[in-house]
Every structure is written in structure tokens, then in C-alpha cells.
Write a protein that binds this ligand. Structure first.
Ligand code: PMV
Length: 355
């Protein structure tokens, strides 16, 4: 099967969101990172997207976003335009896109990583089907990651199971600024038991978009030291992951989260995304760790919500702590119970022709 297709072609993927442990903040060129980042994919926070190509109808793209994902539609047309340079067939078809998030848009979790991850996987599958290439070979994932990156930088890390690295580092030759690579082996088993309790401090819309935040790194007074710190934290975190060093993991992860927000607070103009309840949660998490000696820590994305990270073996104690001491500081007591996940999945009846 090459080039021209008479039938409808369809692809459907479910792609998770991810949470960064070493944070991407600041861009170079087009959607390339100023520094390397490392993340793991979640399990319960995902987007399911189907893309159908057809040749009838005047409308280039028909969207059907369930829930409150409507705003996302505007970005998609621009995105398709952007990637049509790499996928020339895009201009030959009309699109029917259906997308649904497992979590409410207002939950404050970055839905762009899972949304662009899922869309990029669909486009990659269609591209491979149209050119007769085998789906699932290693350049399939690389291409999906690269296409996801063009939509939203952090999305490139969502197309793999477990842990992924995006951006050149001294750690692996195979690391790239163009796409993420999975960390395939060697990670201590304890880290596959990671849990992420997402504590919803404020579910309102973001006061400052992450693209504006990234752009403030261009002339940031601490730009050089931030880049050096991210490289150092990558090395330390990777070593901790290999050796099962939970204490080191905790200290690097919190240092990264606070450094990200320190960059925001010292940008010109500066901005603060943390809320009083974010700080209250941070101090309670630290106090709990000191008293109980249980290795818990927090990470934070570009928003006020706190991700409490902990390990499977401490599940009972940490959940009791969340319910007893933390939920009063969450908006309407809301939190999302998540964990490290197994990566994206194709829908069983994907990429069929003939309708
Ligand atoms: O992918 P973007 O442009 O939404 O940037 C996200 C940046 C952080 O979430 C703050 C950090 C990261 O590495 O995911």
C-alpha cells in the first residue's frame, strides 16, 4: 500500500500524561529544550484520540472533543499546518478528530502532553501505513516523539512506557533535542513502584502560559547556571535511579521543582504560580518525611498543584497522611491518585481501510 488511498484511514491511540523530575524550562530554536529533562508517564491521566482521514467534505478538520477540551481545537489546526512540511499527505485529506481526556480539563494537569502525544501517535501510524512501513519499529516511536514535541515540548516524553529523557546529555549518545528516548534498562525496581498523588490546590486557568514562561528564560539572569544545574541534576538523578537511592531521588526532585519556580520568580517580568496552600502542602510533606522517615517528596509543574511522590511499599502510611493532613488544603478536597504507567496503547481496530 503506497501513496494514494481510496478508503477512509483511521488510527486511535491512548497516550498518558507525564510528570518531569528534571524540568524542561526554556527553549532554543523551534521547540528544542534549553536543558535536558527526565520524566515518567502516569497511568490514570491519559488522552484517547482517534483520527480519521477522508476525502469528502469541505471542512479541513472536524473536531469532536469530549469534556472541556474545546480550546485545544484551535491549536490543532495550526499544528497540522506545521507538521504538513514533514507529512506531505496531510494536505491531501480532510480530518475527523475525536479526543477525550480521562481527567477533567479543569483538573489543572497539563493535558497538552497526553493530547499531543496521542495525536502524534495517530499521525505517525497513518504516515507509516500510507508509506507501507512497518508499525512498531524503533523509528516509529522516534517519529511519534518528534511529532509530539512540535505540538508541546513535554509531550515528546509521553510516547514511551516508564521513564524517558529529552534533550542532549552526557549520559547517553542517543539522547537528542529533537525527540525523547526511553530509559530501557537498569533502573532499580523500587522506582517502578512510584506513586503520584496530585493534590489540587487550584483548578482555575493558568495565570501565565508556559510558552510565555519558557520565553522568559531567553534573557534570564540565571540562564547559564540553570542549564548547568539541570545537567548536574540529570546525572545525580540517573545514578539514584540505577542504584535505588531513594534519599538522593527525594533531594534532586525537590531541588528541581523549587528551581523551576525560582526561575519564574526571578524572570523579568517575574511571576509566582504557587499559592499559600501550595506552600502549606510543601511544609507538611517535609515535616511528615522528617518525622516518619518515609521517603516522600513533592514535584510541581508550571502551576500551583503539588505532586506528592511516594513508593508502593509506603502506600498505606502515605495515603493515611494524605487523608488526615493534606486534603484540607486542596480545592474541595480534590486529589488524583496516580502512579507510574506502562505507556501508550493503540486501539485494537486502528488504521483500517475500506469504509
Ligand atoms: O511542554 P510545555 O511547553 O507545556 O512545558 C512544560 C514544562 C514543565 O511542565 C514545567 C516541565 C516539564 O519538563 O514538563
Amino acid at each position: 500500500m503506497t501513496g494514494t488511498i481510496k478508503h477512509t484511514h483511521r488510527s486511535k491511540w491512548k497516550c498518558p500524561s507525564n510528570i518531569a523530575l528534571v524540568k524542561y524550562w526554556g527553549k532554543r530554536d523551534f521547540q528544542k529544550p534549553m536543558n535536558p529533562s527526565l520524566s515518567f508517564v502516569l497511568c490514570n491521566a491519559f488522552t484517547e484520540t482517534s483520527v480519521e482521514l477522508h476525502k469528502n467534505g469541505d471542512q479541513k478538520v472536524e473536531f469532536n472533543f469530549e469534556g472541556e477540551a474545546g480550546l485545544f481545537g484551535e491549536r490543532i489546526e495550526k499544528y497540522l499546518d506545521h507538521v504538513s512540511g514533514r507529512l506531505s499527505w496531510i494536505n491531501k485529506y480532510n480530518f475527523r478528530i475525536h479526543s477525550q481526556n480521562s481527567f477533567p480539563h479543569s483538573a489543572g494537569i497539563a493535558s497538552s502532553a497526553s493530547s499531543f502525544g496521542a495525536l502524534a501517535l495517530c499521525l505517525t501510524e497513518l504516515d507509516f501505513a500510507l508509506s507501507g512501513k512497518e508499525i512498531g519499529c524503533s523509528d516509529f516511536w522516534q517519529k511519534a516523539s518528534e511529532l509530539a514535541r512540535i505540538g508541546s515540548g513535554s509531550a515528546c516524553r509521553s510516547v514511551y512506557p516508564g521513564f524517558a529523557i529529552w534533550g542532549k546529555t552526557q549520559l547517553f549518545e542517543s539522547c537528542s533535542d529533537d525527540y525523547a528516548v526511553p530509559i530501557l534498562g537498569g533502573i532499580n525496581q523500587t522506582f517502578y513502584g512510584l506513586r503520584d498523588a496530585i493534590l489540587m490546590v487550584d483548578t482555575g486557568t493558568k495565570e501565565v502560559s508556559s510558552s510565555f514562561g519558557h520565553s522568559l528564560m531567553d534573557n534570564h539572569i540565571y540562564q547559564r547556571s540553570r542549564i548547568a544545574q539541570a545537567h548536574e541534576n540529570m546525572n545525580e538523578l540517573y545514578l539514584a535511579l540505577l542504584t535505588g537511592n531513594q534519599e538522593k531521588f527525594v533531594s534532586v526532585v525537590e531541588n528541581e521543582a523549587l528551581s523551576l519556580h525560582a526561575m519564574m520568580m526571578t524572570s523579568d517580568p517575574s511571576f509566582i504560580l504557587l499559592k499559600p496552600n501550595s506552600l502549606e502542602l510543601i511544609s507538611r510533606i517535609r515535616r511528615f518525611r522528617e518525622k516518619s522517615k518515609i521517603p516522600v517528596c513533592f514535584t510541581i509543574d508550571a502551576g500551583p498543584n503539588i505532586h506528592l511522590l511516594y513508593f508502593k511499599e509506603n502506600e498505606i502510611d502515605v495515603r493515611a497522611f494524605i487523608e488526615r493532613e493534606l486534603l484540607d488544603f486542596c480545592e474541595n478536597g480534590k486529589w488524583i491518585d496516580d502512579r507510574i504507567g506502562g505507556g501508550p496503547k493503540a486501539s485494537p481496530n486502528h488504521s483500517k481501510g475500506g469504509e
